[in-house]
Design a protein around this ligand. Structure first.
Ligand SMILES: Nc1ncnc2c1ncn2[C@@H]1O[C@H](COP(=O)(O)OP(=O)(O)O)[C@@H](O)[C@H]1O
Ligand SMILES: [Mg+2]
Length: 389
């Protein structure tokens, strides 16, 4: 075999190995294959879910190319093609087995070179064949099919990794935003609540100081008010702390924490709330916190927006999945129209979704005006928990 031909094949091998978008090289690879097999044309088709799509050509007119594009090859309908594909190496195929348009281009006999990699059948090269191709050339053609398959597979893996990386980055960003949002809220609470109370107490203590010598009775009354205000502030501080980090979650676990969350919700909102939960496995701490926060936000929303009479929280484990559903019979809303308003000021629903996503799960909001709201979270149980279940 001529050295120049070997050189070209070697160059295309290394181009394939280095390219991040080997799909763009397919025309060049087809041209090399055609030259190697001394044929005027070659076609590349790649596997798509239901058939092969034309991904590159050499030696045919744009018009022909368009015709072939509109006549996809379906290996399910062409057993000979599927068989050629299953073999790792080149196969000759009677073109009578192919659709008319392909037969027209390839002539009576076609050579099929599978594009494959470790565990994937990625597609095919097709060229006309005289039935006399030499063994050494067929071996090189086979290697070309394999190299192409590996390059395509690597590019696909790379694409998936970078997609995952992007998703992860955007999740981290929204979690940070949510955290910042939460801090603003807490700062606002402390400023409006506790700080104002302390200011009020400060003034009363000063008044007391003035009164204590001359009007001890009035001072005593002031002191009683001060004591009451301090009690209120303590309750406020405890509430704020509880919202920041519910002690029941640390001390007793998720279900008791949800129980007391529902009880507090009922007490404060007047909505009839109940928790229905089966026994469930112990979850890693970050699962418990995420699920707790999701339910907490769902209850906040029900209190703020729903005007409901009844609310239920249902926790279930089914096989390898955990579901939590918060449902109210309030006025509902249209989630579709809400999505447009998603911004930093309304991060509740988006934040719940992010939390579910971070655990590899999903969160669906079902609601319609006048028909109540259901928030349904579905989380795959972590492997270590499944093993115990
Ligand atoms: N349980 C519910 N009942 C009625 N409307 C709801 C309910 N939950 C959410 N919504 C609607 O969805 C919107 C977005 O909620 P959210 O993202 O938590 O933002 P926010 O509570 O800050 O308004 C709310 O403003 C409200 O209109
Ligand atoms: Mg909200």
């Amino acid at each position: 075999m001529a050295t120049s031909s070997l050189g070209r094949v070697t160059r295309i091998f290394s181009a394939l190995a280095q390219s991040q978008r080997p799909g763009t090289l397919l025309g060049r690879v087809a041209a090399e294959l055609a030259r190697l097999l001394e044929q005027p044309l070659a076609l590349v088709v790649l596997s798509a879910p239901s058939h092969f799509v034309l991904a590159g050509v050499t030696g045919i007119s744009p018009g022909r190319r368009l015709q072939l594009r509109h006549t996809p090859l379906d290996p399910a309908r062409i057993p000979a093609l599927a068989a050629a594909m299953a073999r790792g190496g080149p196969t000759r195929l009677d073109s009578a087995d192919l659709p008319y348009r392909w037969r027209e281009v390839l002539g009576p006999l076609a050579l099929i070179v599978p594009i494959w990699s470790r565990d994937r059948r990625g597609g095919l090269f097709l060229t006309p064949s005289l039935g006399t191709e030499r063994e050494e050339r067929l071996l090189i053609a086979e290697a070309l099919g394999y190299q192409t398959g590996i390059a395509l597979e690597n590019a696909e893996l790379l694409r998936r990794v970078s997609q995952k990386e992007q998703a992860l980055r955007s999740m981290v960003r929204s979690q940070m935003e949510a955290q910042e949002e939460e801090r603003h809220r807490v700062a606002g609470d402390i400023h409006d609540g506790l700080t104002q109370q302390l200011v009020g107490i400060w003034y009363r203590v000063h008044a007391c100081e003035r009164l204590i010598e001359t009007q001890p009775e009035a001072a005593r009354e002031e002191l009683a008010v001060i004591k009451a205000r301090i009690d209120e502030s303590l309750v406020e501080a405890r509430n704020a702390l509880y919202n920041l980090r519910p002690s029941t979650l640390d001390d007793l676990g998720l279900l008791p924490a949800l129980h007391s969350l529902c009880a507090r919700f009922q007490e404060e909102s007047g909505v009839n709330a109940r928790l229905l939960a089966e026994r469930m496995p112990d979850l890693p701490e970050h699962y418990e916190i995420a699920l707790y926060r999701i339910v907490q936000e769902a209850l906040n929303n029900a209190r703020k927006h729903a005007q409901a009479q009844n609310l239920s929280v249902v926790v279930r484990t089914r096989g390898e999945r955990l579901t939590v559903e918060v449902r109210d019979d309030g006025r509902g809303f249209s989630p579709r129209s809400q999505r447009r308003y998603r911004n930093a000021a309304h991060f509740g629903v988006a934040g719940m979704k992010e939390r579910a996503k971070l655990l590899g799960g999903t969160l669906a909001v079902r609601s319609a005006p006048g028909h109540g709201t259901s928030i349904r979270v579905l989380i795959p149980l972590p492997l270590e928990v499944r093993a115990l279940a």
